[in-house]
Write a protein that binds this ligand. Structure first.
Ligand code: CTP
Length: 409
């Protein structure tokens, strides 16, 4: 929600049709808590007006180095100096092929390039979101420029793939506004899990009874997906094993979709071999029908209900926690406890029963499907409450806590 609270960004637009996406990006940055100062090149003004960007950022837009209005509160006719000094980062979106070439050569013939060159290198990072036709992107000159810009310390983002405004299809589109937002939030996130691999199970499982019916539960997967996103932002390689949920995959996360508890167990067991952390956020169905009917089970008109036989599903978490790697301390396992009452007592009992160092307790009926939650972390020493907050916020706190625990080990 407030992922960028307290951050001040200069959003620079160079010329390209992707300028229309910069309008939404600006809005998303402001919504995420950032203050945004827009600077536009002359070419950008051909695609979108400063008035639009001014309305969305809530600040006057600067377009010229000759602009003699006070900038960043300083009345010295030097917008290229003032605007960059107060920024936590300069984000160029879209960055055209020409603008990247200019950056590379340290050219400074307009406000945007001048400001990038004049920024204090060591404290104002430059993030660049390329946007261009696929041939321009693939051209050795552009690729050379990208490599050199990176070597110079510029954070050059990737590009999107697909249909382009010119009618061609390929690599080179600017990333979508929400992808850019995610990249920017990630850029500012501490990376305590860099070099670590985190495996997460999320969502419900579906235990089929026949081709149209089954047993499942109300888990939405939101908490598990939020943990995957937070772990990725904290620098981890993330594998997400997801039961049937309708959620987009967090950026940079590898996702495997599964249906039943047995499928989930197979996927988790295979991936746990490489993981440093396993967070079992899935609400695994406790039972499955003893057999799955090939065709839809029909009513026979007698009023009799079918005599269903159930078998217990394997406990995925307890199985992984008992593995050799976990026992050796190479795999840190975290369980969830979704309860309807006595969260603390149940979570403590579950921690011991499952053989895991940490259990995250929550009240199932008060969290399923919602965007917020309240958690209680239970370990061998006691418990810590994480008060009600968005699942994104809680995921970030939980991931930071896990990172501290595995670093202390
Ligand atoms: N879990 C699992 N495999 C199962 C059941 C649960 O891996 N077959 C994991 C969940 O992902 C969660 C933890 O175990 O991390 C606790 O799940 P929960 O449903 O709260 O508890 P249960 O073990 O099912 O116990 P109960 O139904 O008695 O509350």
């Amino acid at each position: 929600m407030n992922d960028l609270a307290g951050k001040h960004l200069v959003l620079g637009l160079s010329g390209g049709i992707a300028c229309y996406k910069a309008a939404e990006l600006c809005r998303a940055l402001v919504k995420a808590g950032a203050t945004v100062q827009v600077v536009m090149s002359q070419a950008a003004e051909q695609f979108i007006t400063p008035v639009t960007m001014q309305a969305l950022s809530g600040r006057s837009v600067f377009t010229s180095q000759w602009d003699n209005r006070p900038s960043a509160g300083v009345d010295n006719q030097m917008p290229h100096i003032n605007l960059s000094r107060e920024a936590d980062a300069i984000v160029i979106a879209p960055a055209s092929a020409d603008f990247m070439a200019k950056l590379l050569h340290g050219r400074a013939d307009d406000l945007l390039s001048l400001m990038c060159l004049a920024r204090p290198l060591e404290r104002v990072p430059l993030i660049v979101a390329p946007a261009m036709n696929r041939e321009m992107w693939a051209h050795p000159a552009t690729q050379r420029n990208v490599a050199q810009l990176r070597a110079d310390g510029t954070h050059v983002l990737g590009v999107g793939q697909g249909e382009q405004a010119c009618g061609e299809t390929g690599d080179g589109r600017m990333l979508e506004p929400e992808e850019l937002l995610d990249e920017i939030v990630s850029f500012f996130s501490p990376k305590p899990l860099a070099g670590r691999r985190v495996l997460i199970s999320a969502g419900p499982t579906w235990e089929a009874l026949d081709p149209v019916r089954g047993l499942t539960n109300r888990s939405s997967g939101k908490m598990g997906f939020a943990i995957a996103q937070a772990a990725r932002r904290a620098g981890a390689e993330v594998d997400l094993v997801a039961g049937p949920v309708a959620l987009p995959t967090p950026r940079g996360v590898r996702r495997v979709d599964v249906s039943s508890a047995l499928d989930m167990q197979a996927a988790v067991q295979a991936m746990a071999e490489q993981a440093d952390v396993f967070v079992a956020a899935a609400a695994v169905a406790d039972w499955r029908p003893a057999s799955v009917a090939e065709h839809k089970i029909k009513k026979d008109g007698s009023g009799q209900v079918p005599a269903l036989q159930w078998v217990e599903n394997p406990d995925i978490l307890a199985g992984v926690a008992a593995s050799e790697r976990a026992s050796r301390g190479d795999l840190f396992c975290v369980g969830f406890a979704a309860e309807s009452q006595d969260v603390l007592a149940h979570a403590q009992a579950k921690r011991v029963r499952k053989g895991v160092p940490l259990v995250v307790g929550n009240l199932g009926p008060e969290t399923f499907g919602r965007d917020d939650n309240a958690l209680i972390l239970v370990d061998e020493h006691g418990s810590t409450e994480l008060p009600r907050a968005s699942k994104g916020d809680l995921a970030r706190q939980l991931v930071a806590d896990i990172a501290r625990r595995i670093t202390l080990k």
